[in-house]
Every structure is written in C-alpha cells, then in structure tokens.
Design a binder for this molecule. Structure first.
Ligand SMILES: NC(=O)c1ccc[n+]([C@@H]2O[C@H](COP(=O)([O-])OP(=O)(O)OC[C@H]3O[C@@H](n4cnc5c(N)ncnc54)[C@H](O)[C@@H]3O)[C@@H](O)[C@H]2O)c1
Length: 258
C-alpha cells in the first residue's frame, strides 16, 4: 500500500516497544495514529512526548466491547482506520507444558491469539468494504519454529497468528486489502516487565530482553517498508533462516518416506 494514501493507523500494544516503534514509523510518514494499550501510564507518557497526530485509547485486547468503543472513539477523532496493527502481546511463563497452570496457558492465548482475532473482527469488514488498507499482525519467530522448551503457550499463540494471517491474506486480497505478519526474533523491549504488569507470569521475574542488539525503531521501519512493498512475511533476523529451513526440511523428509 502507498502509505501516502493512508490517513489513520490503529496500533494495539502501541504504548511500548515494537508497537510504539511501528506507530512512530507510520507517524513519520504522515499518518495519524491511535495507540491502544492496557497500560495507562505508558499511554500518558507516550502522548506527552508526541503531537496532535497521536491519540491514545485504553484497551485490553481481550475485551470485545472495548474494541468496539476504541474503534468508535478513534474513528470519530481521526476518520476510518486504514492500517490496523494487531501487536499487543505478552511472554509465556517459561514453565514446561507438564507444569503449566491452565490459566497461564489461557491468558497467553487470550491476549496473543484471540486478541488478534478481536482486532480483525472489529476492523476487517470495514477495510474490505472500503476496498483499501492493510493489516499487520505481530507474531514471532516462535510462530515459525518451536525449538525452545518453556514456550508451550507462547509458540502455539504465535503459530496461530501466522495461520490466521495466512487465511486473512487470502480472504482480503480480492478486496484490495493487504496483510502482513511480523515475525521478530529478540528485540530490546520491556516485554518481560509488561508481561508481569499485564497479569502474566514469568519463571524468572528478572528476565529482560533489553540487552537484545536489535532496537524497536529498526523493526518499526521494517514494518512501514513492508506495508509499502506489500510484503506478507516480515522477518527481522536473517540469522533465524536456518532454523526455518531445518523445520521445513524435517517436514519434507517425512513426505519423502511415504
Ligand atoms: N521483544 C521481542 O523480542 C519480541 C519477539 C517476537 C515477538 N514479539 C511480539 O511483539 C509484540 C510487542 O511486544 P514488545 O516486545 O514490543 O513488548 P512490550 O511489552 O514493550 O509491548 C507490548 C505492549 O502490549 C501491551 N499489552 C499487553 N497486554 C495487553 C492487553 N491485554 N491489551 C492491550 N495491550 C496489552 C503492553 O502494555 C505493552 O505496552 C508482542 O506481540 C510480542 O509477543 C516480541
């Protein structure tokens, strides 16, 4: 999509990290941006540093009535949403599946996967009917390869986001609406601290991603460029290519045994 023709972007989980960086990259291209987030303090801090082309709305992506209110409020202020970024997410608790409390599994799926569906359910029909726009769903490299123990809720949530995005792409393409799925590896964000704040659990509460070499603004620019280029998969770390190739080779190898 030519971002010069887009006016309004709506970014869930937009008050921090990757979501905020995507919001900034889109705002730098002239869009008005609504950032939706659970964290009131972060919303207030972000808005205090940005101009009138930014608005914030409090939203828990699990709350379907909240999505309707957020859409009404955002579109009353900035007009129809052209770019939807379903980005809000939390980390998993790090426990093996054998030891994972069911409510911990449910929480990660509700935020990371059903939360993305809730965004699609709220905005996709309008985008389709207007015949323009773009949807970006934030998955993860953990939605491409499940090669680490302890991610037994996170990885299924992100594989689900990839699968939902692949389906959505097929459904929206005939109507001129683009879809992308963002699959980052480690990016320096407050994901761990925000997971605890959002009611999630961590085996190691001091865990942090902040030392990761890739910083969010780099990812924000990648996403803005991918929207402009109409790219579906957005990978951020070339070093993870081998892991994807290994997984696919193992799948193909079994077909060859048939
Ligand atoms: N940082 C990484 O290494 C990494 C890697 C792969 C994927 N991701 C994904 O990127 C996305 C953004 O994460 P981040 O790393 O920027 O973390 P972050 O914690 O900096 O940003 C996530 C934002 O989502 C918000 N949020 C959490 N639960 C919410 C809810 N229920 N409703 C609304 N908002 C909610 C948080 O308040 C926070 O502002 C997530 O989906 C995450 O799974 C991150």
């Amino acid at each position: 999509m030519d971002l010069g023709e887009a006016r309004h972007a709506f970014v869930s989980g937009g008050a921090s990290g990757i979501g905020l960086a995507i919001a900034d990259a889109l705002a730098a291209r002239g869009l008005r941006v609504t950032i939706a987030d659970l964290n009131d303090e972060a919303l207030a801090a972000v808005l205090a540093e940005r101009g009138a082309h930014f608005r914030g709305v409090r939203l828990d992506v699990r709350d379907r009535a909240g999505w309707q209110r957020a859409k009404a409020e955002a579109e009353a202020a900035f007009g129809p949403v052209d770019i939807l970024v379903n980005n809000a997410g939390i980390a998993s608790d790090g426990k093996t599946l054998a030891d994972m409390p069911p409510e911990s599994f449910d929480r990660v799926i509700a935020i990371n996967l059903t939360g993305v569906f809730n965004g699609v359910s709220t905005f996709a029909a309008g985008l389709r009917d207007r015949g323009r726009g773009h949807i970006v769903n934030t998955a993860s490299m953990s939605g491409m390869v499940a090669d680490l123990p302890g991610l037994g809720s996170y990885s299924p949530s992100k594989f689900g986001v990839v699968a939902m995005s692949e389906t959505l792409r097929l459904e929206m393409a005939p109507h001129g609406v683009g879809v992308s799925v963002l699959c980052p590896s480690y990016v320096a964000t407050n994901l761990m601290a925000n997971t605890l704040r959002a009611g999630g659990q961590l085996s190691d509460p001091s865990a942090s991603l902040l030392a990761a070499p890739m910083k969010p603004p780099e990812v924000g620019e990648m996403v803005a460029r991918a929207i402009e280029e109409g790219r579906f998969y957005i990978f951020t770390h070339a070093s993870r290519r081998e892991a994807v190739e290994e997984r696919h080779a193992a799948i193909v190898a079994d077909f060859e045994r048939m």
